[in-house]
Design a protein around this ligand. Structure first.
Ligand code: G6P
Ligand code: ZN
Length: 544
């Protein structure tokens, strides 16, 4: 088997972000760019020889080309076997499940998640480790360090392309390549967690739902699980065919980018439930008739109702949320008498807690919810979990949510994003708040007293690792919070995110407009970072 050693020189910009390396397709198409990064991954995995790797992506533009290159590099780097999804497709949670099921050494996922796809848009690559979760920071930093010194990569030459359209085994050099059904293992896993008979009764009855796959990876999964296995009427899944450019849209399940679905539920079409997922299938958005469920509330409702799902009948060992996620789930944990944890943004921080059995459910405000069944957030899992609660309670989404608020208090919450800022402006806005941290504590602001103001740092309770600078927190004496962070997932410029939260126990004040309830905190947030003076902005580009 001819293995070429190709000389190369480092690229300075291959530091993985919150979730892998994301760049414009044109950046990845530069000679050696993808190869350098893949070799950097392989170089930090010295024990990969003869092991199994899972490989797939969300089908976005450049997916197929990248898969052929990675297969030939994997063969040249001594991997024993690669399981690759048919047509190069695998959702992020499906990769996580496959790593665990096959005791694989790791997996490579090709996706830029919810970022748009196409020749002028984004591509991405991330590595997941043997527990099925995103590589921890120690690994991603090692990959970055390696990428800065790389001077060669290995690739098999003179072998035909692997036919990704046909299921079955073949060889690439000496390495075994198995093209697998992308959906089957994942669908079986879902059947093992949920009561498919109960869900099927719900979906075959008068209940009407719509799942919008946004022309991204969850289409095939949702068709199979919701329509074929559970018997929901054909047409329940819309935009179910993955397209390389996601139909020109933005595969991000929120009120802005999944507007068609949101309009259908919020303006009174005859639908009881709506859900959407993102490019790679790990995010979810939940809607009921006339109501949007914030991801923070969604996590809290699922935690409170978990025991109606067979896999969680014994109860939850604990729950975790990322720091900017609202404290709604904390209130549930307190009532259940189980531990709750606060981690930095990024699913990888849940991995150790899940592995240690410290938590069963976790979630993030960024439309991520999941459990210990995999080590990624899981969009369709969240949909099935919600359907389970709806089926068990025989209530609608709005009833369940308002009852939840009555029982646990409502955590009014909104996130304001200021996108496409020049990178230096983003840094200046954060610095403006950081400079005030030493004097904020004890001050009276927006009608509340500041209890604590800090730059959030995290010590992992399992392995003791420290993560610094994970966002600015301002905590008030009434439980309100104001949080500032720069996005870690963009491919150019900066996005400032300001998160606002205030808990309201009084049932009489639980049905108000969050933007109105939070207006003082919103104004304060803009003042503290000197938004208008430093950026010229007065309004966010996205509100969720
Ligand atoms: C990815 C990660 C999430 C994280 C999110 C944060 O989606 O998988 O775990 O919450 O990025 O994105 P941001 O743009 O706020 O850094
Ligand atoms: Zn995603």
């Amino acid at each position: 088997m001819p293995i070429a050693t190709v000389p190369t020189t480092p690229f300075p910009d291959q530091r993985p972000g919150t979730s892998g390396l994301r760049k414009k397709v044109t950046v990845f198409q530069q000679a050696h760019y993808l190869e350098n990064f893949v070799q950097a991954i392989f170089d930090v995995l010295p024990d990969r020889q003869g092991k199994t790797l899972i490989l797939g992506g969300d089908g976005r533009y450049y997916n197929r080309e990248a898969i052929q290159i990675i297969l030939r590099m994997a063969a040249a780097n001594g991997w024993g076997r690669v399981l690759v999804g048919r047509d190069g497709l695998l959702s992020t949670p499906a990769v996580s499940a496959l790593i665990r099921r096959n005791l694989a050494h790791g997996g490579i996922i090709l996706s830029a998640s919810h970022n748009p796809g196409g020749p002028d848009h984004d591509f991405g690559i991330k590595y997941n480790v043997s527990n099925g979760g995103p590589a921890p920071e120690s690994v991603t930093e090692a990959i970055w360090a390696r990428s800065k010194r790389i001077d060669r990569y290995y690739i098999v030459t003179g072998v035909p392309e692997v036919d990704l359209g046909i299921l079955g085994s073949s060889h690439c050099g000496e390495m075994v390549v198995e093209v697998i059904d992308p959906v089957q293992n994942y669908a079986e896993l879902m059947e093992s967690l949920f009561d498919f008979d109960a869900l099927s009764r719900l979906l075959r009855g008068p209940f009407r739902m719509r799942f919008d796959a946004l022309h991204a990876i969850t289409g095939p999964y949702a068709h199979e699980i919701l329509e074929r296995r559970l018997g929901a009427p054909a047409g329940t899944v819309v935009h179910g065919e993955p397209l390389p450019d996601f139909g020109g849209a933005h595969p991000d399940p929120n009120l802005v980018y999944a507007k068609e679905l949101a309009d259908a539920l919020l303006t009174g079409e005859e639908l009881d439930f709506g859900a959407a997922s993102d490019g790679d299938g790990d995010r979810n958005m939940i809607l009921g008739r006339g109501i949007f469920v914030t991801p923070s509330d969604s996590l809290a409702v699922l935690a409170a109702g978990a025991t109606c799902i067979p896999a969680y009948r014994q109860g939850l060992s604990g729950v975790a949320r990322s720091m900017p996620t609202s404290q709604a789930v904390d209130a549930v944990a307190q009532r259940l008498g189980i531990p709750h944890y606060e981690t930095p943004t990024g699913w990888k921080f849940f991995g150790n807690l899940l592995d240690a059995g410290a938590i069963t459910f976790c979630g993030e405000e960024s439309f991520g919810t999941g459990s210990n069944h995999v080590r990624e957030k899981d969009g369709l899992w969240a949909v099935l979990a919600w359907l389970s609660i709806l089926a068990a309670r025989g209530q609608g989404v709005a009833e369940i949510l308002t009852q939840h608020w009555r029982d646990h208090g409502r955590h009014y919450y909104t996130r304001h994003d200021y996108e496409d800022l020049p990178a230096e402006v983003g840094a200046d806005l954060m610095a403006a708040v950081t400079h005030q941290l030493p004097v904020l504590s004890g001050q009276k602001l927006a009608g509340r007293e500041v209890r604590l103001a800090d730059d959030f740092a995290y010590t992992d309770p399992v392995d003791g690792s420290h993560s610094l600078h994970q966002g600015i927190r301002i905590l008030f004496d009434d439980g309100s919070r104001l949080i500032f962070r720069l996005s870690g997932t963009g491919t150019s410029g900066a996005t400032l995110r300001i998160y606002h939260e205030t808990p309201v126990a009084d049932v009489q004040r639980q049905l108000q407009n969050p933007q109105r309830v939070l207006q003082d905190l919103i104004r304060l947030g803009r003042e503290l970072c000197r938004l208008e003076a430093l950026s010229g902005r007065t309004q966010p580009t996205v509100i969720t």
